[in-house]
Design a protein around this ligand. Structure first.
Ligand SMILES: NC(=O)c1ccc[n+]([C@@H]2O[C@H](COP(=O)([O-])OP(=O)(O)OC[C@H]3O[C@@H](n4cnc5c(N)ncnc54)[C@H](O)[C@@H]3O)[C@@H](O)[C@H]2O)c1
Length: 459
């Protein structure tokens, strides 16, 4: 059989479908495992690689370590039919693979400096044992230049091969969000770029096995890397705008949601909803990749930096709202019993990484508050494992409390009545609504002291 770099795009697709080409997906996390499953489900022979032995073990037992719709059954079926196997031995996997899809974490450290160490490590691992004429598709989010300066350079140095001449290289950022990963991977248009025309065409063919939408082929790898950062920066800046205007409204005696809803009847206005902060893997992290690169090329990205600053301040602002609300009850944060509803980084998902709720809770604990968290997606034990006190029911969380913070607008909280929160407390409780669950107008003032993010109307 020809090697992949000698094939035409249609031949690549046929050979993946027939199981003649082996795809190695490196990094089996929130994005990697669904990607590996989709390739295997399209007929591909897939080897998944992960450094985490627990992840490898679970997958080889047919179990998913992430919670996403449909993933549980998919992993079970694909592992059983031997379409998908997992290993922690990247070198061995590399000797058997024709295509590598790299989806490992790209992070920032405590100084907000990008950390691409996992990318470098994986590139070394692949470079040690890869065969000539394979195709590498890098998919982690990264600053412009990382694919060529880290992935390509490391692969070339370790393998002795030359990109373009001896192996193909492409970059294609992932556009998906927790809770809808399988659906997003398949149904969003996919941006892709290659180091040369051949790499671009073959990477597009490989990706089109799992992507139903069109391929957006861009002129070079740096453009593709930048595309993903632009998407995240766009969201971050718009969220920051909503948060900043919300804080203005609180001081100016205006209800942000009323003003925003009216403003958005103008076709060019799409003001977002303010919240207690921004979480998840992408938005609080990826703008720093751009900020760091801007510094390197001496460009100014002040708006991007301001957006990060504003959004990062929202947990502190939330704590201020709680402090003010408690003050009206003649209480301070010290020893106040506060129930926090929701710990996920966004509604309706079981994922708390980079959740702004965690920042709020840590700040409250530092001030001496007693905090109990209830989230219908996490058990009390799971919350305990994160280092906090959890409750298994709403009732358990809100008994004899001074304040409730509605941190996450989970669907299951949307039909709560005010009485559901107040019935177990004798004196009026403070409610700080970070999810706009209760309209200010509906409050029974004898029962609650109500504060809503962005609502400056207080009587
Ligand atoms: N989670 C999201 O919403 C999202 C969305 C779009 C893009 N991304 C990007 O996708 C990439 C992966 O993110 P994720 O959310 O899947 O991360 P994750 O933390 O859920 O998973 C990463 C996996 O890689 C494994 N890993 C780490 N180092 C490794 C190594 N050296 N070799 C092999 N495996 C290794 C980890 O054990 C983990 O299982 C990141 O660049 C991220 O920015 C994430």
């Amino acid at each position: 059989m020809k090697n992949i770099m000698e094939m035409r795009p249609n031949e690549v697709k046929d050979n993946i479908k027939n199981g003649n080409l082996t795809i190695c997906v490196v990094g089996l996390g929130w994005m990697g495992l669904p990607t590996a499953c989709l390739f295997a489900d399209a007929g591909g022979k897939v080897i998944g690689v992960d450094v985490n032995e627990y992840v490898v073990e679970q997958i080889n037992k047919g179990k998913s370590h992430i919670q996403e719709p449909k993933i549980k059954d998919l992993v079970k079926r694909l592992v059983r039919s031997k379409k998908l196997i997992a290993t922690s031995d990247i070198k061995e996997a590399a000797t058997k693979s024709d295509v590598f899809v790299i989806i490992v974490p790209t992070k920032i450290d405590y100084r907000k400096t990008p950390d691409y160490s996992a990318v470098e490590k994986v590139s070394k691992g692949i470079g040690t044992s890869m065969n000539r004429s394979c195709l590498i598709i890098f998919e982690s989010t990264a600053a412009p230049g990382v694919t060529e300066n880290i992935v390509k350079e490391t692969l070339e140095r370790v393998s002795g091969f030359k990109a373009s001449k001896d192996f193909g290289l492409a970059y294609s950022p992932i556009r998906a969000t927790a809770g809808t990963v399988l659906e997003n991977l398949q149904n969003y248009p996919r941006v892709v770029a290659g180091i040369d025309k051949k790499s671009l065409e073959l990477a597009s063919a490989v990706l089109s096995m799992i992507v139903k939408e069109r391929m957006v082929k861009v002129r070079d790898i740096k453009t593709a890397e930048t595309t993903k950062l632009f998407e995240n920066v766009y969201r971050d800046v718009n969220i920051a705008l909503a948060n900043e205007l919300a804080m203005f409204c609180e001081k100016a005696g205006i209800n942000y949601m009323d003003a925003r809803n009216a403003a958005n009847t103008q076709p060019y206005s799409n003001l977002h909803v303010p919240s207690i902060g921004v979480g998840g893997h992408c938005i609080p992290v990826n703008p720093y990749f751009l900020i760091d690169e801007a510094e390197a090329v001496r460009a100014k990205v002040r708006l991007v930096e301001s957006a990060r600053m504003i959004n990062d301040k929202m947990p502190s602002h939330t704590v201020k709202l709680i402090t003010k609300a408690l003050r009206e009850r003649r209480k301070t944060l010290l020893r106040a019993k506060i129930a926090v509803l929701g710990i996920s980084y966004k509604p309706n998902v079981k994922e708390a990484k980079y959740s702004p709720v965690i920042e709020v809770v840590k700040k409250l604990l530092r001030k001496g508050s007693r905090v109990i968290i209830y989230d219908p997606y996490f058990s009390a034990q799971e919350i305990k494992e994160m280092g906090f006190q959890g409750a298994d029911s709403l009732k358990e969380a809100i008994e004899k409390i001074d304040c409730v913070l509605i941190a996450v607008g989970h669907e299951r909280f949307r039909n709560l009545k005010l009485n559901d929160l107040t019935r177990y407390s004798k004196s009026p409780i403070a409610i700080v609504d970070g999810s706009h669950l209760f309209s200010f107008k509906d409050k029974d003032k004898t029962k609650v002291i109500y504060r809503e993010i962005g609502c400056g109307i207080v009587d």
